[in-house]
Design a binder for this molecule. Structure first.
Ligand SMILES: [Zn+2]
Length: 425
């Protein structure tokens, strides 16, 4: 009776056999050219004496079929599903992408009606999946200088620079984009997707006007937000680009960035002729935060103050020649009516946006092109959606690489003319 003998594996070694989907046999001992498996019920009150002997080629040479107990169909099917799922997970070279539930659904279809619920095996499968991942990194110093994970899908090295404060990823394709479209350079940092040990992920992007698209040109993990670290980043990007550009130096014209002096000072130092444009989205967000801190109630409950607040948030779009006058007019009225909290807000605005930063850096009246395109910010939102919690280092690298590959294909398709302008939105 050796019909329908189904053999599964628990791990790389074959040490479990399931027969007719109802009897489980575990490896008992091996000899030079045979393996003997005993029914798992031999230890229980059933004291089942059934066993199976296999030869070198895993062919059955003896099956002692004297079960003292009924078949355990459910128990066997749990094992079969687990073995099959582990096989699928083991086959995948990058286990970050594995969707265990989807694998389960395919397997349960083929198993048929006796199949355990996904939830009963879920925790074991997730533990197995995690064991397949590369070891996690918990400090910046543990980041390796070289890794198979730094090789992108086109077999190119993706990592161009690393020291104790920064690691920079840029593929040759991204370098070429930077050379081609460096007139407007967008940068933004995000803490949300940084691996737990890293301070921030910093992304540089460019805009390709002929196909109306933004592309990332580098992705870095920074250990701090020192100006010197940003300088190093810009210096390396400049160096790498000129290496690919017959040693001709790249000179970006406009840098669009967050209100962070460290970034703009670093950019000016490395690219002396660059113009700094702060991002309107950050401008509005920082005013909103100050509103909550200083004058939320006044703005919400007094319509005049509400209109003043709106006027200030719209300063980036107003002719800069009028800004001081409007600011002073609002201030005088607030003093007359003693709008004490809003005066504090105006003082913050004055110190930050009229003194600390040049109005030209956040005013877009003469250059309306880029105000609606908070390219980096929306890209960060896209990345955020990929991670439901802070990613591990390798998980982040894996996703950055994947994004690089998608944008490579996207760019080649659009620039190749297959892409039709009319399909845009
Ligand atoms: Zn048995």
């Amino acid at each position: 009776m050796v019909d329908q003998l189904e053999i599964s594996e628990t791990n790389e070694k074959r040490n479990q056999i399931i027969v007719n989907r109802k009897y489980k046999f575990n490896l008992w001992y091996t000899t030079n050219n045979t393996k003997v498996f005993k029914c798992t019920e031999y230890k229980t009150v059933n004291k089942c004496k059934s066993y199976i002997t296999l030869n070198d080629n895993n062919k059955v040479i003896k099956y002692e079929n004297k079960h003292t107990h009924p078949g355990k169909e459910y128990d066997a099917s749990v094992s079969i599903v687990k073995h099959k799922m582990k096989n699928e997970i083991r086959k995948s070279s990058f286990p970050f992408d594995i969707k265990p539930k989807r694998i389960y659904e395919e397997i349960s279809q083929e198993i048929g009606y006796i199949c355990p619920e996904y939830n009963t095996i879920k925790s074991q499968i997730l533990r197995y999946k995690n064991k397949q991942l590369p070891p996690d990194i918990s400090t910046f110093n543990e980041i390796p200088d070289e890794s198979e994970y730094y090789i992108n899908e086109r077999n190119e090295n993706f990592m161009i620079f690393k020291n104790s404060n920064i690691i920079i990823f840029q593929s040759p394709f991204q370098t070429e984009l930077f050379i081609e479209y460096n007139e407007n350079m967008f940068v933004d940092g995000t803490f949300y997707i940084a691996p737990t040990f890293g301070y921030q992920v910093f992304i540089t992007r460019v805009y390709a006007p002929e196909i109306n698209s933004f592309y990332s040109t580098s992705l870095s993990i920074l250990n701090n937000k020192e100006q010197s670290t940003y300088e190093l980043l810009f210096e390396e990007l400049k160096k790498n680009a000129s290496k690919y550009n017959n040693n001709i130096i790249i000179t970006p014209k406009i840098l669009h960035c967050d209100f962070e002096k460290g970034i703009s000072n670093a950019a000016i130092k490395i690219f002396p002729n660059i113009t700094i444009k702060y991002c309107v989205w950050h401008y509005k967000r920082s005013l909103k935060i100050q509103k909550y801190k200083l004058c939320h109630n006044e703005v919400e409950h007094n319509h005049n103050i509400y209109l003043f607040y709106k006027a200030v948030t719209n300063f980036p779009f107003i002719n800069p020649e009028y800004i001081f006058d409007i600011y002073n007019y609002i201030k005088i009225i607030c003093q007359v009516y003693n709008y004490y909290h809003f005066l504090n807000f105006l003082e913050y605005f004055n110190k930050t946006y009229l003194y600390k930063y040049d109005i030209q850096c956040w005013n877009y009246c003469n250059d309306i092109n880029h105000i609606t395109n908070n390219a980096s910010v929306s890209f960060n939102n896209y990345l955020k959606k990929l991670f439901y919690k802070k990613p591990s280092f390798y998980e982040l690298i894996y996703h950055l690489k994947k994004e690089e590959s998608l944008s490579y294909n996207n760019y080649k398709r659009k620039i190749g003319g297959i892409w039709k302008k009319k399909e845009e939105y």
